[in-house]
Design a protein around this ligand. Sequence first.
Ligand SMILES: Nc1ncnc2c1ncn2[C@@H]1O[C@H](COP(=O)(O)OP(=O)(O)OP(=O)(O)O)[C@@H](O)[C@H]1O
Ligand SMILES: [Mg+2]
Length: 276
Amino acid sequence: MNPFTFGNPIKDPSRFHGREAEIRQITNRLLSSAHESTSIIGERRIGKTSLLYHLSHPEVSTRLGLTPDKFCLVYADFQGLTDITPTRFWQRILKKMSRSVCDESLKPSIEKLGGQESFDLFDLEDLFESTQDKGLTVVLMMDEFEYVTQNPNFKGDFFGGLRSLAIHHGVALLPSTRRELVDLCHSDEIKGSPFFNIFANVVLRPFPRTEAASLVDGYLSSLEEAFSPEEKEFILRLGGGQPFFLQIAGHYLVDAKSQGLKARPLFERAVADFDQ
Ligand SMILES: Nc1ncnc2c1ncn2[C@@H]1O[C@H](COP(=O)(O)OP(=O)(O)OP(=O)(O)O)[C@@H](O)[C@H]1O
Ligand SMILES: [Mg+2]
């Protein structure tokens, strides 16, 4: 089995590498007394979804101190939802939340609200007050949040409501987008709103050499066959700092090697496959 994969986000924590500094920043803010929000920004394929999956994995979050008795981590993906409305936004969030909340006694009220045809801020405040009373911080991980900020169905009152939940009702927001949030608004009114000043930005960049090497070493060491320093260096050079390209380069090198190729023909084949 080839340990290098590309295309789907990483789900298994043992296959996730790097991002220690970013995880620390995000976690420290969540653990602070105000349970602060962080906006995750990164270009296509840099690893935003993988990072959110990683943080929401129960073993990982517990290890980070985000224990289920204090933090309810809710992952929701907005990709492709071009005509979503605020109602559908909350229905989606509440559905995911009822699945991930660990306190069973909260489920009926989450489900009841999730079944509503419209939401006003009072209903949402009531619900999040009840989670807050249980000592829970609800962390809304909103992947591809530009589908919300760029959509004219979402007006100032929606963002104002989200901000008020974050400031007063124990909700923390972790949106992920390809560019900075303020650059992704459909109107100047929203761009100028105070919604955005609750966030600190964490920008996902290409991996530094040490993180790239940890990924490559980690994956290669799971294989029985030994890999030479030149072969490792080849993957690092071809992939650069982009985890996505490291995975592709590694995949094709492992593939070509399993076909019995060595030395130059091995590298040539891997490059040809990589370039495809
Ligand atoms: N921390 C990581 N460890 C190992 N591999 C990673 C990591 N982050 C990303 N990858 C690799 O990069 C690929 C792209 O990652 P991911 O889908 O998470 O990026 P994304 O930023 O969400 O992309 P998009 O903007 O297209 O949604 C994954 O399929 C995986 O192969
Ligand atoms: Mg993604």
